[in-house]
Ligand binder design. Structure first.
Ligand SMILES: Cc1cc2nc3c(=O)[nH]c(=O)nc-3n(C[C@H](O)[C@H](O)[C@H](O)COP(=O)(O)OP(=O)(O)OC[C@H]3O[C@@H](n4cnc5c(N)ncnc54)[C@H](O)[C@@H]3O)c2cc1C
Length: 234
């Protein structure tokens, strides 16, 4: 059952030009699964509540982290003003976007801020050395929009069964990526053994729907092999 608690901000980390992570001090640690989400409420105001994925892994016991793309909304403005020591209310854990540990091979397709629960799952797999073989295909407009870029580089160096393929709308000199968007050709090219993998899709609803249609339509995968998380609100 999810619980509601008031917690203090421990640290704020700027991830890229418009994305920040907020690390929370957790005194009574509650078990959660990598990939689950929480609800954050600011100033005790229900209008300032949002669902946000937990971007830290259960193996990172010193804090609980969420990561928000900052927009023009009142919620984003209030969040952006928070400093270490300030309090927020959270309700957690919730959600079913979790790794099926019985599947030896997984593939993640994500865009932009949709990477947050995937970062949690990958960090868990790396820290626990579960042996799960993972390919992540991560699409962004440009290199400056990639979230957790260094984090994923470090994880794939430490755990060779994690491979990250970047897809960008615009080419970046000296950076290995596919230019364009994730489509059936990119999936076949980056994940040649795709029929053997369980797929996890996360991002804005339109992107998730498009990816699911490619996998179950053009690539003929069974819908049961596709797990999704929709970031309603983008
Ligand atoms: C399970 C889950 C996990 C998420 N994880 C993250 C995350 O890790 N990082 C992150 O940045 N965002 C995440 N989101 C999206 C987040 O909850 C916000 O909706 C989004 O960040 C936009 O909020 P905003 O305040 O920036 O913009 P707003 O201006 O509030 O939102 C933009 C538009 O979306 C609409 N909207 C807002 N919330 C919802 C909603 N729940 N359902 C339908 N429409 C809505 C608003 O009415 C507005 O029209 C997640 C959403 C879900 C459901």
């Amino acid at each position: 059952m999810p619980v509601e608690v008031n917690v203090r901000i421990k640290e704020v980390i700027q991830r890229n030009h418009n994305v920040k992570s907020f690390r929370l001090e957790i005194n009574d640690w509650l078990d959660f699964k990598a990939g689950q989400f929480l609800m954050v409420t600011l100033k005790d105001d229900p209008a300032l509540s949002r669902y946000l994925s937990i971007s830290s892994s259960p193996t990172e016991k010193c804090y609980l982290e969420f990561t928000k793309k900052l927009t023009q909304s009142d919620f984003s403005a209030s969040l952006n003003g928070l400093k270490p020591g300030d309090s927020v209310k959270i309700k957690y854990p919730m959600g079913q976007f979790v790794l099926d540990e019985s599947a030896q091979k997984a593939a993640f397709l994500s865009g932009g801020i949709g990477i947050t629960p995937i970062r949690s799952i990958c960090k868990y797999v790396v820290d626990k050395n579960t042996g799960t073989d993972i390919v992540l295909v991560y699409s962004n407009r440009s290199i400056r929009d990639i979230v957790f870029k260094e984090d994923f580089s470090a994880m794939s160096s430490a755990y060779p069964l994690l491979r990250v393929a970047h897809v960008l709308c615009e080419a970046e000199k000296g950076f290995k990526c596919t230019v364009g968007q994730i489509n059936a050709g990119v999936i076949k090219n980056e994940i040649p053994d795709y029929p053997e993998r369980k797929f996890y899709l996360c991002g804005p609803p339109q992107m998730v729907e498009a990816m699911r249609n490619i996998l179950t339509g053009q690539l003929g995968l069974n819908g049961e092999k596709v797990v999704t998380e929709n970031f309603q609100g983008y």
